[in-house]
Design a binder for this molecule. Structure first.
Ligand code: CLF
Ligand code: SF4
Length: 499
């Protein structure tokens, strides 16, 4: 564990030459035993998230703390956007659902329990579910997400339960800051408030993190970035969690709107802008690996990160399905995925090799419409999100995503939505799509964002690097002048239905 924590991802792998940074770490960047754990986990490996899916089962309704960004009517906002709610399951219902999804989505490799409350405030249901799934579907990795208050009490059970990955949400290590985020906790049959509550919570979180490291369980830390409350402090949190063995740090934006009914939503607490979030992630990247591809997914999420197929797997539908968990079929499908993944990496490397010797200080962002597999395979008008890559002469690095409302509404586009989409990718120089209509195309050009559709259905990184080369050539020839773009907005509104 220590070796994993100490080993920071870097730009290029010595063994594979893969472009890799933070959670983009590749095979050659990590000890073999760690690589085996993360290579097909869509949250622990940025590269894997284009190919492999996760699912959550909502078996844990109760919570033992209160966060000011959470409304208990909805799912745990530590791993979920506020304003979405999941169908709660018994452990037995959860297992049937996992087998149904494993049959229909053979690239689903990870089962997480992330709410709708705190899994460790519901230990009996949580561990029973993990136990049943480990028996019924042994190839699926088990993943747990917690606020950490009860974590030290359950470390031995976690270690016995084949749970390889644990996430703790740590928003502060300073009780004064904690008192602004947590109005109360419930601990040892007693309710604590203010600084006392925050002190107990931070002590328990850091103790739990150290205990996980001692047992070799990979631990990711999630932090919610709350401007003017813990934004600058998260640099200290980053150092503290790295020194205690955290493998990965995921700094997520606060999503806060009055309709969520949370303390922060009602008192007007804003979330960060895209630039503020990226600047903080960049500042922390020198210290530890950063996750930038989190989708703040719901407690019953199913599918690739960025898609949500939970509506296909309601309890009623799962009961009607012919469930045939077939390990051989799953392995065969995943072998095909591995071939596709290797082809994508090789194509990116080949394109990057052609940039060798190219010197330029220019770095810029581009947005990409994709449905997965690392391909530019989504229409502009159908995109529910855009993935954002930072391009430089070192290559294409995934730095985030922007959730948007779909522009195309059955044959026509909505003007308000187009403005919001352009606001969400305003910091990007170009948007890569498989197809785009004339109207959004001309508006994007007017706003200084180049619509790029000539790489339709090609690999993202390879295409982005090729486009960047031609961009640099145009700058060199004086055909265009490179200008910095401004900031972009992170979408704040809630969406009750699946993402
Ligand atoms: Fe789920 Fe969390 Fe496991 Fe992933 S989610 S329990 S580590 S399998 Fe992933 Fe979703 Fe972000 Fe969580 S994108 S909210 S980080
Ligand atoms: Fe809500 Fe999760 Fe915080 Fe509990 S830990 S109050 S469920 S956000």
């Amino acid at each position: 564990m220590k070796s994993a924590a100490e080993h920071k991802g870097c730009r290029a792998s010595a063994k594979t030459g893969q472009v890799s940074c933070g959670s983009q770490a590749g095979q050659g960047d990590l000890p073999t035993e760690i690589w085996e754990k993360v290579k097909n986990h869509p949250c622990y490996s940025e590269e894997a998230h284009h190919h492999y899916a996760r699912m959550h089962v909502a078996v844990a309704p109760a919570c033992n703390i209160q966060c000011n960004y959470c409304n208990r009517k909805y799912d745990c906002a530590n791993e979920s956007r506020p304003g979405v709610v999941s169908e709660k399951l018994t452990p037995e219902q959860a297992v049937r659902k996992v087998l149904a999804v494993a049959t229909a989505i053979p690239h689903m490799t990870v089962l997480g329990i992330a709410g709708p409350g705190d899994p460790l405030a519901n230990p009996a249901k949580t561990f029973k579910t993990f136990e049943l799934i480990a028996e019924a579907a042994p190839d699926i990795k088990l993943c747990l997400s917690t606020n950490g208050l009860a974590l030290p009490d359950h470390i031995d059970t976690i270690a016995r339960s084949k749970i390889d990955h644990v996430t703790i949400t740590i928003n502060m290590i300073d009780p004064e800051i904690g008192a602004k985020i947590y109005p109360w906790i419930f601990f040892n049959h007693k309710r604590y408030t203010g600084m006392d509550a925050a002190r107990i919570l931070t002590d328990r979180q850091l103790q739990g993190l150290e205990m996980l490291g001692e047992r070799g369980i990979l631990c990711k830390v999630n932090s919610v970035m709350i401007p003017n409350i813990n934004d600058r402090h998260l640099v200290e949190v980053n150092k503290a969690v790295k020194s205690r063995g955290a493998f990965l740090h995921n700094i997520m934006p606060l999503i806060s709107a009055p309709e969520h009914g949370t303390v922060f939503g009602l008192n007007g607490q804003r979330g960060p802008t895209a630039w503020e979030l990226k600047a903080l992630q960049d500042a922390c990247e020198g210290e530890t690996k950063m996750m930038r591809h989190c989708r703040q997914c719901r407690a019953d999420a199913v599918g690739l990160l960025g898609e949500d197929r939970s509506a296909e797997f309601t309890t009623d539908q799962v009961m009607k399905m012919d469930v045939q968990y077939d390990l051989d079929m799953r392995k065969a499908y995943q072998s095909r995925v591995e071939r596709e993944r290797a082809a994508k990496i090789a194509a990116g490397q080949k394109e990057l090799a052609e940039c060798a010797g190219e010197m330029s200080a220019i770095t810029l962002l581009v947005a990409v419409a994709t449905k997965g597999s690392g391909l530019i395979n989504e229409h502009f008008g159908h995109a529910k999100e855009f993935q954002v890559y930072e391009l430089s002469t070192s290559g294409a690095k995934f730095v985030g995503h922007r959730r948007v409302d779909v522009y195309c509404q059955g044959g026509y586009g909505e003007e308000d939505r187009l403005s919001a989409i352009m606001g969400g990718i305003h910091d990007c120089h170009a948007v890569f799509v498989s197809k785009i209509g004339g109207c959004p195309k001309s508006k994007l050009i007017k706003a200084g964002i180049e619509p790029v559709d000539q790489f339709a259905h090609e690999f993202i990184e390879k295409s982005a690097i090729a486009w960047f080369k031609s961009y640099l050539d145009k700058v060199k020839r004086g055909e265009i002048q490179h200008v910095q773009r401004g900031d972009a907005a992170i979408r704040q509104g809630s969406r009750i239905s699946a993402a």
